[in-house]
Design a protein around this ligand. Structure first.
Ligand code: SF4
Length: 216
């Protein structure tokens, strides 16, 4: 079977697809098409997409169909495609990226870094979790490191992750952008993150603007 035929034949469990604005990180505010894949075993207690955890309950959609939906979004202004979850790296993303490649849109990945890095992405957002540290490969490849802050210990974890991310890449490689994102509804996290960013200019604040605005 050729690579193109294999890509068309494959399918992945999909929680939802939608065209909206990226709400978080350095690309916040830009038009994006989201593909939220089902499946996550990382088990964060504060997860806001727990419905995405099981794989089996979400209908499998063909890669051809997903590419068609992304093409439609691109024709309506989407500037890039975000593969999110769940934890997308619980799937081999090689064929999905192959199916999306002809659109010519940048492909972004949002991951906790658990699992084997697959696919080809122009932007990787790594949001590492203290209880399930990310792989060295994702740390070395990410363009932005976004750490969710609930408690003081999360700040030390963020610095440890930044050190590991820098150490894993060559001297000429670009360093990842460093972002602290207060946990939603966490007054302590908000205070800690704002105070830390004010005193540590290497970091910047990331807000979940879509939640503040009440949009997807
Ligand atoms: S990795 Fe993401 S989707 Fe998985 S439990 Fe944690 S926050 Fe939720």
């Amino acid at each position: 079977m050729s690579e193109a035929v294999a890509a068309e034949a494959a399918a992945l469990p999909v929680v939802e697809t939608f065209h909206s604005l990226q709400g978080e990180g350095l690309h916040a505010g830009r038009s994006a098409f989201f593909i939220r894949l089902g499946g996550c075993s990382v088990g964060c207690s504060w997860c806001d997409t727990k419905h995405s955890w099981p794989q089996d309950v979400h209908p499998r959609q063909s890669l051809r169909e997903l590419a068609g939906l992304a093409a439609e979004a691109a024709s309506e202004g989407a500037a890039f495609v975000v593969i999110t979850g769940g934890e997308p790296l619980e799937h081999d993303l090689t064929d999905l990226c192959t199916a999306l490649d002809p659109l010519g849109l940048p492909l972004h990945l949002e991951t906790s870094g658990v699992g084997v890095l697959s696919g080809r992405f122009s932007w990787i957002t790594l949001s590492p979790k203290p209880h399930r540290p990310p792989s060295a490969a994702v740390l070395a490849a990410c363009q932005e490191l976004k750490v969710v802050v609930h408690h003081k210990a999360d700040l030390a974890f963020a610095e440890a992750m930044a050190t590991a991310a820098r150490a894993g890449r060559g001297p000429d490689a670009q360093e990842p952008a460093l972002l602290l994102q207060p946990g939603w509804d966490s007054a302590e996290g908000q205070e800690l993150a704002i105070s830390y960013v004010r005193r540590h200019p290497a970091w910047r604040l990331s807000l979940q603007s879509h939640k503040w605005l009440g949009v997807r």
